[in-house]
Design a protein. Sequence first.
Lengths: 263, 260
Amino acid sequence: MNAASESLVDRKQHVDTKSSNVCLEIHELSLHFGATQVLDNVNLRVHEGETVAILGESGCGKTSLLRIVAGLLVRTSGSVRLSGKSIDSLEASKRGIVYLDQDALMFEHLTVYENIAFALRIAKRPSAEIDSKVQQMLRAVQLEDHATKRTWQLSGGQKQRVAFARAILASPRVLLLDEPFCSLDCRNRAIMQQLFLDLRQRYLITCLFVTHDVKEAIVVGNRFATMSGGILKQYPTSLAFVEDETTGAAAERAFWAEQGQIL
Amino acid sequence: MQNKRKRTILIFVLVFLPYASLLILSSGSGWSFPRLFPDRIDFAPWRTAWSGRYTLLMASLNTVVMSIVISLASTSLGLISGRALKRQESMFWLFVVYLPFVLSPVIVGTVLYDIESRLGIVSSILGVLIAQFMFAYAFATVFFYELWDSRIQRLEQLVQTLGGDSRTVWRHAILPSASGLIAVCLIQTSIFVWLDYGLVSALGGGNVPTVTLLLFSYLREASINQASQAAIVLLVGSVLACLTSAFFMKRTRRRLGEQL
């Protein structure tokens, strides 16, 4: 194992895919829009606590894959299983899967506190429990001073934190992130990536993370896959992903090595 | 600078002169040609207008009730059907919704007259309400059809993936996003009923007292005091509705600007 892959393992929570249970299983999933094949026989297994980073260019089918898993889009064929049970016929609201896209959508009529408490409120949890969990989460995402603000008073990065906090407090079995940081500037993106790693470790989140940024994929993923023309290609190890010329990770690594940084 | 002031004064005069004339016409008595102003200006003609069986007061109340009923029904149903229409993207149903506006109101009124006379509801308030609802509902559906952009749809999906049922989707995604436009639609549809004359006269047969109907009957009788009083009531209601509508439009635009 070379320096690049060692640094990856050091920085992230290691998930033992042999001992942990399979949380999400996508089996021979296909999607057609008329004659256009959007997804072609996609197979993927995601273990509990694992983050699979899916890298791909715009329009390659990444978003469609996430939307089918979330129950927001109907597949043409194949199946999606959660902890061994088929969820194909379940409505989006009953799947326990939260989908976040690049725009941190806010409930403008609610405060930051109420936005974060949203899932707990609709689940009718006791007030004391809601307050305790929301306060804890506000500290975790460093928004304690903004709890009573309206969301339109927040910056883009702060809105993204609220979106994350709200999603995590819904206790999702799988969190689907569709290029969540692509609208942020470099500094905020790095901060959010670190925050994601911290929250993932603290709340043991199972995650499918879609991005078109190689560096981001390397930073957040435990395991890696690329998507092109609706076909998903998985890598058995981080090293295989980093060393594959087609992912662009090798070029990225070489660039940062020249700058004196190790990916 | 001076030009700007002159222009402002001119606009002010042009807007308020008809109101001033109407006020004088409605309150004056003993006015004979060719004098510019009446002999006496007081509120005696107004007191007369608000008394008696078929008064302006009764017609105003009747029109207000009709406006409220139609605006509430058409806006709430238009919100639901506008959403359904956007989701289906059916050209056929879109055409059906536009149909009342494609055909002349006179033709629609004539067709409705025939149907309503067979049903025995012509010359009744129910008959007029059904006809007005047809137009207001079509307007509300088209109005809300454009509301469902991708942002609201994604907000609905967010609520769903966070575990919310359809009631939560309406409460937290749709209604807050559409609140300003709902207010505007309520006002627009109520203005339509408030100012409607064609349908009321064609289908009401003179048995449904409204302010517009009263205004035209006063004009036919050459009762200048009462006609101008009815015109003032009609205009004040419309101006208030327009100002409220402008307020909500401005608020909605500001909120959308903040979101962008």
